[in-house]
Design a protein around this ligand. Structure first.
Ligand code: ADP
Ligand code: MG
Length: 259
């Protein structure tokens, strides 16, 4: 009972473990150029509700640009992005119901943890009382309640990234996008956060697209992996399928077979 490709998904709908919405996030024929450079093209993918998918590929292959396109932080030239049946391709970022976490946290240095986390709610004009309740809830989820009144410079890198995660979660996004969120952290913190991130993601049933260039991280964390190379998705599958049955020598190389 394994999902090797998007084409295998319909067969699973009859099984007890079939996802409720196998196409919760749809990427249809996405393409993007910067001037003469074709950054990505022919990006087609379905992500199920609650699934944790990792976009894995070497530096420069287009991962960040693709993630930013889904978030609405950069435009695309071709294709459609659909979340839960609603096309979001042309919507501004704050109307997409998408939360994003960046490698270098991107916190407001002059704001306390609570205000960093509450930022999106303030933008949405959520009343003060509800804002306080929801911020408290997500800070508990990321285990940072006792640091609520601190400023970013008083926190470790791992704590800053948990603030960034809380800030993304507080608006209850339909999709969580994370661009190398663990890459700036030291190995011990990174291992701990992998687990915590996965626990939170499963608890919330949150549909997640996670970007990394770290093959081990992808193998350990993902329900499925999209292997990206030169602006294309080479292969999609679970960790075992990609590792044991790479379909191209680029895929095999990137899964570590030539080390
Ligand atoms: P990755 O995240 O996989 O390292 P990126 O999406 O950052 O890759 O970059 C993919 C390609 O697009 C690279 O060749 C990069 O130089 C180019 N690129 C990214 N952003 C821009 C930009 N704003 N203008 C021009 N080229 C860009
Ligand atoms: Mg990148």
């Amino acid at each position: 009972d394994r999902r090797d490709t998007v084409a295998d998904l319909p067969a699973r709908q009859h099984g007890a473990t079939a996802p409720a919405s196998p196409d919760y996030l749809r990427l249809e024929s996405l393409a993007k150029r910067f001037g003469e450079t074709q950054v990505f093209s022919q990006i087609d993918a379905l992500i199920a509700k609650g699934e944790f998918v990792t976009l894995l590929g070497p530096s420069g292959c287009g991962k960040s640009t693709l993630l930013r396109a889904i978030a609405g932080l950069n435009s695309i030239d071709e294709g459609r992005i659909v979340v839960d049946g609603e096309e979001i391709t042309a919507l501004p970022p704050q109307q997409r119901g998408v939360g994003m976490v960046f490698q270098h946290y991107a916190l407001f240095p002059n704001m306390r943890v609570t205000d960093n986390v509450a930022f999106g709610l303030a933008m949405q004009k959520v009343p003060q009382e509800e804002r306080r309740r929801r911020v408290d809830e997500v800070l508990r989820l990321v285990e940072l309640r006792e640091h609520a009144d601190k400023f970013p410079h008083q926190l470790s890198g791992g704590q800053c990234q948990r603030v960034a995660l809380a800030r993304a979660l507080v608006v209850e996004p339909r999709i969580l996008l994370m661009d190398e969120p663990l890459s700036a952290l030291d190995a011990r913190i990174r291992r701990h956060l992998r687990q915590q991130l996965r626990d939170i993601q499963k608890t919330l049933g949150l549909t997640t697209l996670f970007v990394t260039h770290d093959q081990e991280e992808a193998l350990l964390m993902s329900d499925r992996i999209f292997l990206m190379h030169d602006g294309r998705i080479l292969q999609q599958g679970d960790a075992e399928a990609l590792y044991t049955r790479p379909r191209s020598h680029q895929a095999a190389g990137f899964m570590g077979h030539y080390n």
